[in-house]
Design a protein around this ligand. Structure first.
Ligand code: AHR
Length: 348
């Protein structure tokens, strides 16, 4: 009898201990949930569509980056991430790894999440109408950063912020006119262009052509896309050297130019002398080659768009008017400059 009672008592105590343990665990779980709720709260508020009037949570910005094809692109992503942190904006960043379908998916996920603003750098200009209409219907303003889109309804985009790529092409052409002053024709040009159907590819080509159109000495004897990739720049340049005689290389970005320079040197030619080289971006690597005389002209294209995107995001959320188009202020660096050695580090 006594033995039975003792066994029962031991079991009772064990049960009590277990209950206390469970209670403590439950309290701990509640505390953890409360803390995480605080951290993730922005997301939850965004998801349930609670308005921001109370200003109790940061603005949520969905940013879709098209990929990481160049040093420029990596610098651009870095600029956006840093600017968001500086501005106290919560950033949802998605990298589409050079695929438009991934960008469309990212935009849809931002819409589902009910972010406050979307910014995206579209890989190409066409194919965005449907997803942008969905964003508009959800009441989410969209900023096109760096590259533009072609849509039937302009109101699908709140604004464009980035470079004037046409002007970059014009600057490249102007440099060539100056460089070739007094040189008899024909002057044979090879062009390595950027991603097919992207804004910089279209506009850099157009601006350059418009600038040289009235000078009969110039002839574009070769033009092919290198997709803004260094490896492709190298490959396309190899092809150029084996199929055409050229005096000038106009390359739509530095990454491709760096690859092309490798092929020119591998082919026993001197870049910057045997072939005049004009490039766009202003990455540190290209500026270094300009200083060495291996590149003749670098047209600047700044990736530092983060701060202005955050300013625009805040204005849009506050319901303020913003300009439809904001172009970056940019310059160019050429062999004619006498201050090449004092160009400050580029940061990308
Ligand atoms: O859209 C800007 C272009 O895209 C830059 O010139 C290039 O380097 C980048 O990848």
């Amino acid at each position: 009898m006594w033995e039975e009672y003792r066994t029962l008592k031991v079991w009772n105590e064990k049960l009590m201990n277990a209950k206390v343990l469970i209670k403590r665990l439950a309290v701990a779980l509640l505390i953890i949930a409360a803390v995480l709720g605080g951290v993730w709260g922005f997301g939850m508020i965004g998801r349930t569509g609670m308005p921001r009037e109370d200003e109790q949570r940061p603005i949520i910005l969905g940013f879709s980056q098209l990929g990481s094809e160049s040093g420029w692109r990596i610098g651009n992503t870095r600029s956006v991430v840093k600017a968001a942190a500086d501005a106290g904006i919560q950033l949802m960043e998605r990298n589409a790894e050079q695929k438009q379908e991934n960008q469309i998916k990212a935009l849809r996920s931002f819409i589902a999440y009910q972010v406050d603003v979307i910014a995206f750098s579209p890989k190409v200009e066409d194919g965005w109408d449907n997803v942008l209409r969905e964003a508009k219907e959800a009441g989410i303003p969209v900023i096109c950063s760096d590259r533009a889109v072609k849509v039937a309804d302009d109101s699908l985009i709140a604004c464009f912020v980035g470079s004037d790529f046409y002007d970059q092409g014009v600057r490249a052409g102007k440099f060539l006119l100056r460089k070739m002053e007094g040189v008899p024709g024909p002057i044979r040009i090879a062009e390595i262009s950027g991603t097919v159907d992207s804004t910089p590819m279209r506009d850099r080509a157009r601006g350059f052509r418009d600038m040289i159109a009235n000078d009969a000495r110039f002839e574009i004897v070769y033009s092919k896309s290198g997709d803004f990739l260094r490896s492709m720049g190298k490959e396309v340049m190899r092809d150029i050297l084996s199929t055409a005689e050229v005096d000038v290389l106009y390359s739509h970005n530095d990454a491709m130019t760096l690859g092309a320079v490798e092929s020119i040197e591998a082919g026993g030619m001197i870049p910057g002398k045997d072939i005049v080289i004009i490039t766009v971006d202003g990455e540190q690597g290209a500026i270094d080659l300009l200083k060495q005389g291996k590149i003749n002209c670098v047209v600047e294209c700044t990736p530092m768009l983060g701060d202005i995107i955050m300013v625009l995001a805040k204005k849009l959320v506050a319901g303020e008017e913003i300009p439809r188009v904001i172009y970056s202020e940019e310059t160019m660096f050429t062999e004619f400059d006498d201050n090449l050695l004092s160009i400050p580090p580029r940061g990308y």
